[in-house]
Design a protein around this ligand. Structure first.
Ligand code: NAD
Ligand code: MN
Length: 358
């Protein structure tokens, strides 16, 4: 049986802890399901690597992982390395050259978890946020002149291309079409940003003509935060720019109970390059090394990875196991108000996988 070759990049802080948990769960799942297995190659890239070598990953790093079936990524960020170095040096250094332009972030309230929204229970919050992941505000275009002087000027240009916007909006419409409610909300700030954001709105209207079966609407991003909190049931699939969706998806994760449960898939839909799967959260150095990081976001993104690999039944089996565990408050980590450890949650998910006869 040929294994799936997975490049595991745990990175920094709790990235190490949650990726170790994710690998244990994926191995248990392969053993239980039969028919496939994993070969994990581990790469020790990240802030410690940076402190030793002056770079977050080696110069031939992309060549080392370009033939893997997928990338399983933890998080980057360390207290003593500037965040823009860790982010641009590793995470964006993989996402952008591998053209993982669709960042897909499902949000649901899992069994046993309560939303901070008083009026919301499980089925009323079921979203997928599609984040443009290759350009926009994070295109890296800009600069600083007269740095440090009184007359300093600094820019970060939000660069949008017609092809880049069209492909992400098309991806979002396709995804909306595949979901039961067939509903898409396109988020911009086209009242204030009158060039690129107006182009987004125009392209959305053009692409929408190919999807008459999808109901769609437009929202300004500021009003969107209100709608997410006040009328979550009115939303389903959401597409937004790199920056807007970055912010909205942390809000979404919090509304679903915790940043620790939220997953992300960075997809190259054409499959010219490997896609990358990671929890939404960062390296959380406030809790790193304590053994209390919530591994659920990593397990959920492992489900996304399994679906991407074509192992949908295994993905469903893993999600069932995760939901059985979240349903038990004794297995909640501190971010969910409990006292469980990463290890206890991982062991319980593995036990649920072994006990699942579905
Ligand atoms: P963070 O996501 O690391 O943490 C935010 C808060 O959520 C913290 O209180 C943390 O303890 C908690 N939290 C996050 N994940 C959790 C989990 N799995 N279980 C329990 N609690 C969890 O964001 P931050 O504190 O703003 O950033 C810390 C570092 O991570 C920074 O260096 C930042 O640049 C980096 N970061 C990296 C990524 C990434 O690699 N994709 C994403 C976000 C932030
Ligand atoms: Mn983020």
């Amino acid at each position: 049986m040929k294994p799936y070759r997975i490049a595991a990049i745990p990175g920094d802080g709790i990235g190490q802890e949650v990726i170790a948990a994710g690998i244990a769960v994926l191995d248990a799942l392969a053993e239980r399901a039969g028919g496939f297995r994993f070969a994990f190659d581990r790469f020790d890239w990240g802030s410690d690597y940076y402190k030793a070598h002056g770079v977050m990953m080696p110069a031939d790093g992309l060549a080392q992982i370009k033939d893997h079936d997928a990338i399983f990524f933890g998080a980057v960020g360390a207290p003593d390395v500037p965040d823009h170095i860790t982010l641009w040096g590793l995470r964006l250094a993989i996402c952008q050259p591998f053209d993982q332009y669709a960042n897909v972030r499902p949000t649901r309230i899992l069994p046993g978890i309560t939303s901070p929204l008083r009026h919301v229970t499980g089925p009323e919050l079921d979203w997928v946020i599609v984040r443009e992941n290759s350009e926009g505000e994070y295109a890296g275009v800009g600069g600083r002149v007269h740095q440090g002087h009184d007359n300093e000027v600094a820019t970060d240009v939000s660069m949008m291309t017609r092809s880049g916007v069209t492909r992400i909006i098309r991806y979002a419409f396709e995804l909306a079409r595949s979901r039961p409610r067939k509903r898409l909300t396109v988020v911009t700030k086209s009242n204030a940003q009158r060039h690129a954001m107006v182009m987004w709105d125009e392209i959305a209207a053009e692409v929408a003509r190919d999807f008459p079966d999808v109901t769609w609407d437009k929202m300004l991003v500021d009003a969107m935060t209100m709608r997410m909190t006040m009328k979550p049931q009115s939303l389903d699939t959401i597409v937004a720019t790199n920056l807007h969706a970055d912010i909205l998806s942390d809000l979404a994760a919090a509304l679903a109970g915790s940043l620790g449960i939220a997953p992300t898939a960075n997809i190259n839909p054409e499959r010219r390059f490997p896609s990358m799967f990671e929890p939404i959260h960062g390296s959380a150095f406030d809790i790193a090394g304590k053994g209390i990081a919530n591994p659920v976001g990593t397990f959920w993104t492992a489900c996304q990875m399994l679906e991407h690999l074509g192992e949908k039944p295994a993905a469903d089996r893993l999600m069932r196991a995760v939901e059985r565990v979240t349903a038990d408050p004794a297995l909640h980590t501190p971010d969910l108000g409990g006292t469980a450890t990463t290890q206890a949650v991982t062991d319980a998910v593995i036990a649920a996988i072994r006990g699942d006869n579905g």
